[in-house]
Design a protein around this ligand. Structure first.
Ligand SMILES: [Zn+2]
Length: 82
């Protein structure tokens, strides 16, 4: 899975902004997505001077959505390179 590929995958062009951190179509969590792409090339500095970036998810239901990284609930997943 090319989560950190520099070029946005084709499927991200259809993404819809999800205001909650799950699929707006079927409410599956990001952990159930079949593909992930993280836009680390264009981070945004928030009001608290923390960086956030867009995370794109291609859900198993066929829907594509994205959300800000700082909206992601805590998980047990290890963050890459941190
Ligand atoms: Zn879905």
């Amino acid at each position: 899975m090319e989560a950190f590929a520099p070029i946005p995958p084709e499927w991200t062009s259809q993404a819809v902004h999800a205001h909650e951190f799950y699929c707006p179509n079927c409410h599956s969590s990001s952990l159930e997505a079949t593909q992930v792409w993280i836009n680390r090339r264009a981070p945004v500095t928030t009001e608290q001077y923390r960086r956030k970036w867009q995370e794109f998810y291609h859900c198993h239901c066929g829907f594509t959505w994205w959300a800000w990284s700082n909206d992601r609930p805590p998980t047990n997943l290890k963050k890459p390179e941190e």
